[in-house]
Design a protein around this ligand. Structure first.
Ligand SMILES: Cc1cc2nc3c(=O)[nH]c(=O)nc-3n(C[C@H](O)[C@H](O)[C@H](O)COP(=O)(O)OP(=O)(O)OC[C@H]3O[C@@H](n4cnc5c(N)ncnc54)[C@H](O)[C@@H]3O)c2cc1C
Length: 383
């Protein structure tokens, strides 16, 4: 087993690191304070080949392997979870989902525009009464002669206010639960598609765009169906297999950023006549953080490698997401503590990491849901 990155993977990592350090990190604090997504970075990520990393060149992608793409997510996550989150939705939940399930015509129409950043994508699954239990969704798809008519409400939709295309999940028969769900590719300028910012001020990801989307007699042609009618739940879950890997890799980035910040700070801060890094308790914290970062990264790399091999990855992706996000939550909490009072202010970025990381523990399946996915593979599902 080789743990070295190939030359190509190292080159992609270096490109992502330079972009994250030079163009993302310097904007992160202000974007967080203003609550504004740095939209100009989208086309820039397109030109760097990040927006559609693993998608084939014939559809405008870079054709990179999944491990390379995980490295891109990690580097962005190290700088800013709002930008990394944008990418996990736009590329992981939207472009890769269209690549996997779209007709040739849909792929030709959407993928190159999403790859360049000309269009932005969002993924509409969560509803006020259907979060972890997505199969209980209420948004309906009424079939008429040559179209479907959508009615309902989606919440917490990342990129929702800035997206050009939305993958929307709706049911044609709520009593059929999973089997009633269909997926649609909806133009966000369609009549009956209304969106607004989520109410309230978010704990983290403050630069990210989150929308509430209302469908009122929103008519879409039958050609907007993604996959077959009734396949929507399977499509939603397969998209999450891609997106969760992006979240897990992003969490490794956050944990690494916490470790880097903590090492730098504890080496220069002096108390009781010595560097705080020389206290054994501080060293133990740093060592545990470093062990967690390594373990999380290896789990992400294993899931990415399996995906590249075309093998099943649901269990390994859930393990990577669960471990990496929990490790990063712990690392962020310890990093704030190690910074003392300074860690409690946005003078230092650990304050933002601490707020942002809670989001990664919740979206694309909470830590409880990842445990359910893993345990189901261990003990099956009871009668
Ligand atoms: C920043 C952010 C961005 C998001 N972006 C998107 C997006 O782009 N698109 C989208 O569709 N959604 C998005 N979401 C929504 C997100 O996926 C949901 O919030 C998440 O799936 C949880 O659903 P919920 O909020 O309804 O919580 P609930 O499902 O109500 O869960 C509440 C609590 O109950 C626990 N719980 C629920 N069921 C079980 C169970 N069976 N066993 C044990 N515990 C359980 C949960 O783990 C959680 O702790 C986003 C959310 C956030 C915070």
């Amino acid at each position: 087993m080789r743990f070295d990155l190939t030359e190509e993977q190292q080159a992609i990592q270096a490109r992502a690191r330079a972009f994250a350090d030079d163009e993302v990190a310097p904007l992160a604090r202000e974007a967080d304070e203003r609550g504004e997504f740095p939209l100009h970075l989208v086309k820039r990520m397109g030109s760097l080949g990040f927006l559609a990393g693993p998608i084939a060149a014939s559809y405008g992608g870079s054709g990179m392997d999944y491990l390379s793409f995980a490295l891109v997510y990690e580097e962005l996550g190290r700088a800013d979870s709002s930008v990394r989150g944008f990418l996990a939705v736009h590329a992981g939940l939207v472009s890769l989902c269209i690549r996997d399930w779209g007709t040739e015509e849909q792929k030709q129409h959407y993928l190159p525009r999403l790859a360049s950043g000309e269009w932005i994508g969002c993924y509409c699954l969560t509803e006020p009464n259907a979060g972890s239990d997505a199969a209980s969704m209420e948004t309906s798809a009424r079939e008429e002669e040559d179209s479907f008519v959508l009615n309902g409400e989606k919440i917490w939709i990342t990129n929702g206010n800035i997206a050009d295309v939305a993958i929307v999940f709706a049911t044609r028969d709520a009593s059929a639960r999973h089997r009633g769900i269909c997926a649609f590719l909806v133009d966000t300028s369609s009549a009956g598609f209304r969106r607004e910012a989520m109410p309230g001020k978010e704990l983290g990801h403050r630069a990210a765009d989150h929308a509430k989307i209302v469908f009122e007699e929103c008519r879409v042609p039958k050609s907007a169906l993604l996959g077959a009618p009734g396949e929507g739940f399977k499509i939603a879950m397969s998209a999450l297999d891609h997106g969760r890997l992006g979240v897990a890799a992003g969490a490794v980035g956050v944990a690494q950023a916490c470790l880097d910040a903590s090492i730098a700070f504890t080496k220069q801060r002096r108390q009781f006549g010595q560097r705080i890094a020389d206290f054994q308790m501080v060293q133990a914290t740093l060592a545990d953080m470093a062990a967690d970062v390594d373990a999380a990264r290896l789990l992400v790399h294993r899931a990415a490698w399996l995906k590249q091999e075309g093998r099943p990855t649901t269990r390994e992706t859930s393990i990577a997401k669960l471990f990496a996000t929990e490790a990063a939550v712990k690392a962020a909490s310890e990093a704030v503590l190690l910074h003392g009072g300074r860690g409690y202010s946005n003078e230092f970025p650990v304050e933002r990491y601490y707020r942002d990381i809670k989001g990664l523990q919740i979206y694309e399946g909470t830590s409880h849901i990842q445990r359910i996915v893993i345990a189901r593979q261990l003990v099956g599902k009871g009668e």
